[in-house]
Design a protein around this ligand. Structure first.
Ligand code: G
Ligand code: G
Ligand code: NA
Ligand code: MN
Length: 254
């Protein structure tokens, strides 16, 4: 079967599944913060096998299915907030949700999110939307509008995969985000590649100078984690901290 029909069927049959991956603060002296994690989408095929997004997102993008997929992720994530026990809900600090370029440039998308947040009584300050640098720059005016409107509603924003696209630091000044995610490709080899280490340091420095909090992705071991902590990067995410796990909410927030 073609990917389009497979995806449409998966959407109809609720075979998409949310995973979550922890994001942790690196400053051990900082006061305890609550649970912070990113939602990552997975698909179960007809036989129940797990399909990673790399295998279906390109087709979904090509055939215009990303807006439907992003909406499914948002509706599911918000609906699941109701299943949190009060103590877990209390513990939850930030839930990050990825947005695709098609959603960022969809004029109906903002009202969809606002409607869903209201319908599910979502604490807006606990939602962080992630958009990649490439998406933000490719849809600059729409991205700035969406960011401003959702931040006015209380949400946070992260600029994802920073440094990996056709990035120009000049654009960063125009994007009113809260978090800068340092692209994992620089982080994972930073102990052996001096250029990668310099990129991490430079991005961290620019982020802090602009008042943003920085998150290093692809933190695969404790030595990288220690180096990032020494560089005063704010947060870490990666296999060395925790792999993405099926999101049963209580677990994510634990
Ligand atoms: O989880 P994984 O590393 O396989 O993700 C691969 C890519 O798919 C990443 O670029 C990630 O940002 C993207 N992705 C994962 N989950 C979602 C999602 O829920 N929505 C969107 N739009 N992209 C996602
Ligand atoms: O584009 P985005 O940053 O959302 O993509 C995150 C993707 O990276 C997810 O698909 C996730 O599975 C993957 N990922 C998470 N942690 C690590 C890691 O430590 N190393 C590698 N190589 N990939 C990771
Ligand atoms: Na992301
Ligand atoms: Mn990323």
């Amino acid at each position: 079967m073609h990917w389009v029909s497979r995806l449409q069927q998966a959407l109809q049959e609720n075979r998409l599944q949310l995973y979550c991956q922890k994001i942790v603060p690196l400053d051990e002296a900082a006061p305890n913060t609550g649970a912070h994690f990113e939602l990552l989408l997975r698909l179960r095929d007809e036989e129940g096998k797990l399909v990673p997004p790399g295998a279906f997102m390109p087709a979904a993008e090509r055939f215009g299915l990303m807006p439907a997929i992003d909406r499914w992720v948002i509706s599911s994530a918000f609906a699941n907030f109701h299943n949190l026990s009060p103590d877990v809900a209390e513990q939850l600090e930030l839930c990050a949700i990825n947005l695709s370029g098609a959603s960022v440039s969809d004029p109906e998308f903002l009202s969809f999110i606002l409607r869903e947040m209201a319908a599910h009584d979502i604490p807006t300050s606990k939602i962080c939307f992630e958009i990649t640098e490439t998406v933000a720059i490719g849809n600059l005016t729409q991205a700035i509008t969406l960011i401003n409107e959702l931040r006015a509603a209380g949400c946070k924003f992260a600029l994802d995969d920073f440094g990996s696209g056709m990035s120009s630091f000049a654009y960063l000044k125009h994007l009113p985000v809260d978090y800068l995610k340092i692209d994992g490709s620089f982080v994972k080899d930073m102990l052996t590649d001096a250029a990668d280490a310099a990129m991490v340091e430079a991005i961290n420095h620019i982020g802090h100078t602009m008042g943003l909090r920085t998150i290093a992705e692809f933190v695969e071991n404790d030595d990288i984690r220690a180096r990032l902590a020494a560089l005063k990067v704010d947060f870490a995410q990666g296999y060395g901290i925790g792999k993405p796990v099926p999101c049963r909410y209580g677990d994510c927030a634990a």
